[in-house]
Design a protein around this ligand. Structure first.
Ligand code: ATP
Length: 586
């Protein structure tokens, strides 16, 4: 039984260590590119230590000269001491300025890198995470990594240097003092060890709690209207308080342990300091050392314990660093989208710019990660100048089909192709540049209408923007705004009605001039007349577009070249009689 237990403990340890090694290696991959900054930071730090040590030696001489134990020029020694102290202050300030400067840069670089990695992570995998959780990982964990990357190795080297340099001076002057000064070190190390395992668990809990709080706040603020409408203010305030209570409870239980350990460490430190005083006085009394040497020893005792404390502080830092690394690795090590098909997509577009490009799904099978099977052998085709309608009961898979067309989801079987005549290429994330997509819901960004438009087409002139707005029947209301296309759009389309935001989103999609346009119930908030007008404008636009529209509205169906019914995990083309029947049913 005992052997079995030991075997399992061993296995857990091995797993933990292996995991930690992987995390350290991941952090090291970042650290490697900042080696110059680290060397610079280390050299500055070591310079500071050196100045401090020389200052201690000079102050020893000065005390000895003052007490008559040594002869020498008092004024010169005094000026040397002042000089050294001032230099030490300058070097320390210089180090702190540069370390701040470097850490801001490194922080920004690492965050930009992780941001871009999150954005290219496979959509289905990353969408399983709450955005609040992603935000916490990106802000807190990435900051932890950037500060750790920069300081960990230099701090280790500087403190080993400080410890060794101090020890050398102390041992050369009186080795017994070194023994005294270091007597507390094993106790301190033992104490910190008890904290470590708690620390790792605490770090993970802390990060989870932060993610929960951020997610809760973010959701509450962005759904303020719903909270008010359902009179949920009290409920949400209570929920926040409950979260805060849990947070405080968690922090306090950890603080208690911390307090106990700090108290014991403080007692040990005090005992060591007074022990050193006593021993110093005794050595001076017996004539073994001078007053100068004693004052130097007392100032150097702090150096020895300080550097050991800093070195043992690296262990919790390593723990917090590896916890953050794990949380970021969870995200950035998920499958990433492959954008290498961009050139091929551009070449395909060049070849078929005038004829246009269509899209086809061939025998597609797809199930979400939670097992929801949406398609079993679905096929469908949209050619240039066609408007294809996708209809079907709610939850049958219309949006999922659009996600498959966009390569946001990968079919488990079958494939999606870009087509033009007999030429075709497989659809890849790199070919998304040939698409414009208007998803359900409000998708406008904060900024002006023009900025929103230029997000997708940076070189668009005001006239081109106006034309796209006209095609989407948005110009009528934009024209009347005091600032026209320079009117500010609030968060998620704030300041505009649902139908107006939809028209702005359609205009943005049309401005992009891509061969394939996907509209996911994009005109559902428009009145029938406006919806027909928008669709007619899209169909009669001279640009050779293939347009796929998901809808629950009969008006849209009457304008489609072809209609597919999405139902029972299949995608079936409807003949004109079936479409008529469907329109009658609506
Ligand atoms: N991200 C997701 N993860 C897991 N399952 C999902 C996800 N998105 C959709 N589903 C499931 O896939 C099925 C198809 O959903 P989809 O959104 O494609 O339907 P839809 O036909 O567009 O519905 P609606 O007409 O209501 O917009 C549903 O059962 C839904 O619960």
């Amino acid at each position: 039984m005992r052997e079995k237990l030991q075997f399992y403990i061993q296995r857990i340890r091995e797993g933990r260590l292996k995991e930690m090694r992987l995390q350290v290696r991941w952090v090291y991959a970042y650290a490697r590119s900042y080696w110059k900054q680290m060397v610079f930071y280390t050299v500055l730090g070591m310079g500071g230590v050196l100045l401090g040590l020389v200052s201690s030696l000079i102050s020893r001489d000065m005390v000895d000269i003052v007490t008559g134990m040594k002869t020498g020029a008092l004024a010169r020694t005094f000026f040397w001491m002042i000089g050294m102290s001032v230099s030490s202050i300058v070097v320390n300030q210089f180090t702190s300025y540069f370390s701040n400067k470097i850490s801001y840069q490194v922080d920004a670089e690492i965050k930009a890198d992780i941001f871009s990695k999150i954005l290219v992570t496979d959509w289905e995998s990353v969408s399983r995470y709450h955005t609040g959780d992603l935000l916490t990982r990106w802000t807190n964990d990435a900051s932890n990594i950037s500060s750790g990357v920069l300081s960990f190795i230099p701090t280790a080297i500087i403190n080993v240097f400080k410890f060794a340099g101090t020890l050398l001076i102390v041992v050369r002057s009186d080795w017994t003092f070194a023994v005294f000064a270091m007597i507390g070190i094993p106790f301190s190390m033992l104490m910190s060890k008890t904290l470590l395992s708690r620390m790792k668990r605490q770090n993970i809990k802390n990060a989870d709690m932060n993610a929960k709080m951020t997610g809760f706040n973010q959701e509450s603020f962005s759904n303020m209207q719903t909270i008010k409408a359902f009179d949920l203010v009290r409920l949400y305030v209570d929920r926040l308080k409950e979260l805060q209570r849990n947070y405080i409870e968690m922090e306090l239980s950890y603080s208690k342990l911390n307090m106990m350990t700090s108290f014991l460490l403080g007692l040990i430190g005090l005992a060591v300091t007074y022990g050193c005083y006593g021993w110093g006085i005794y050595r001076v009394w017996t004539g073994a050392i001078t007053y100068g040497t004693m004052t130097m020893f007392l100032s150097l005792t702090g150096n020895l314990t300080g550097s050991i404390n800093s070195l043992s502080g690296l262990v919790p830092q390593l723990i917090s660093l590896t916890t953050s690394a794990k949380r970021l690795m969870d995200i950035v090590e998920m499958p990433q989208e492959d954008y290498s098909g961009r050139t091929e997509a551009d070449a395909f577009l060049e070849r078929h710019r005038t004829d246009g490009i269509g899209i086809s799904a061939e025998d597609v099978w797809y199930a979400y990660h939670n097992g929801t099977e949406v398609f079993r052998g679905a096929s469908f085709q949209a050619r240039p100048h066609e408007v294809i309608g996708l209809v079907g009961p709610s939850g049958e898979g219309k949006t999922t089909m659009l996600r498959l067309l966009l390569a946001l989801l990968r079919p488990k079987r079958g494939a999606v192709f870009l087509t033009s005549g007999t030429d075709r290429m497989p659809m890849t994330p790199g070919a998304r540049r040939l698409f414009s997509y208007v998803p359900q819901g409000n998708t406008m960004f904060s900024g002006t209408i023009a900025q929103n438009m230029r997000n997708v087409c940076p070189e668009a002139t005001d006239e081109q923007i106006e034309r796209a707005l006209k095609l989407a029947c948005a110009w009528d209301f934009v024209r009347k705004l005091p600032d026209g296309i320079n009117t500010e759009v609030g968060e998620r389309g704030g300041g505009f009605s649902e139908g107006q935001s939809q028209r702005l989103s359609i205009a943005r999609a049309l401005l992009r001039k891509t061969p394939i346009l996907l509209l996911d119930e994009a005109s559902s908030a428009l009145d029938v007349a406006t919806e027909r007008k928008v669709l007619r404008n899209i169909m009669t636009d001279e640009y050779p577009r293939a347009c796929v529209v998901t809808t629950h509205r009969p008006t849209v169906l009457t304008m489609c070249t072809r209609v597919y019914s999405i139902r029972g995990q299949r995608c079936t083309p409807l003949n004109p009689e079936e479409v008529d029947e469907l329109i009658r049913e609506f």
